[in-house]
Design a protein around this ligand. Structure first.
Ligand SMILES: [Zn+2]
Length: 214
């Protein structure tokens, strides 16, 4: 990830060191950005209580509470004393995968939760190609049992094959499965849209896996 700057003219957060024709102000270097972004994902998806946070039923928490929780209650808080609400907002707004959503001074993760939240996703009829990234050692099981969400609430599918491969690589030697969206529909499996590129389902049966790309 790149540094985040704030434009001195228009006030926008940007990855560009020059904006509106002038040098912008550095507010977050790449290293701190990655660090804080990972922590935000962890707290908003998996372990809010570890920074003393309580998310509401749809996964929201106030930005001020999140920033205070990180500075005051997180176990590695000494690494995060610099964090302000502005850093959190800038990260959310520029996230390359649209992981975060901000509304009315509150923030939540758009997808990826293992904790029990009820986010009302848009149900859609998706007709294009969907990909799922996994590792080669999970493949045999998937071809027998289908794709299950395991610890998370949903199986994540993406329209972005590069992203699918990246996700697979996190778990070992990557493979990308091409999912037949028509087959999902025929089997009454609802498809929800989390972002422009991320779609969620509860389960993918083996017969809806069209192809395996190694
Ligand atoms: Zn500007």
């Amino acid at each position: 990830m790149q540094n985040i700057y704030k434009c001195r003219v228009c006030g926008e957060y940007t990855e560009s060191p020059i904006h509106c024709g002038v040098k912008s102000e550095l507010i977050l270097d790449a290293k701190r950005r990655v660090m804080l972004s990972k922590l935000m994902s962890g707290l908003l998806r998996h372990y809010p209580q570890e920074a003393g946070l309580k998310l509401d039923s749809e996964g929201w928490v106030s930005i001020d509470e999140l920033s205070m929780g990180i500075r005051e209650k997180w176990r590695n808080k000494e690494l995060y004393q610099w964090v302000t609400r502005e850093h959190i907002i800038a990260i959310a707004m520029l996230d390359p995968k649209n992981r975060f959503e901000i509304k009315n001074n509150k923030i939540r993760a758009r997808y990826g939760h293992s904790i029990d939240v009820e986010i009302k996703y848009l149900k859609i009829n998706y007709n294009g190609k969907l990909y799922h990234g996994t590792s080669i050692d999970k493949l045999d099981m998937i071809l027998v049992e289908g794709i299950r969400s395991m610890k998370r609430k949903y199986v994540h599918l993406t329209t972005d094959i590069v992203n699918a491969r990246e996700i697979g690589r996190r778990h070992g030697k990557p493979v990308v499965l091409i999912i037949n969206s028509r087959c999902l529909e025929e089997n009454n499996i609802e498809v929800y849209k989390a972002t422009d590129k991320i779609y969620l389902v509860k389960y993918v049966p083996p017969k809806c896996i069209d192809k395996i790309l190694h």
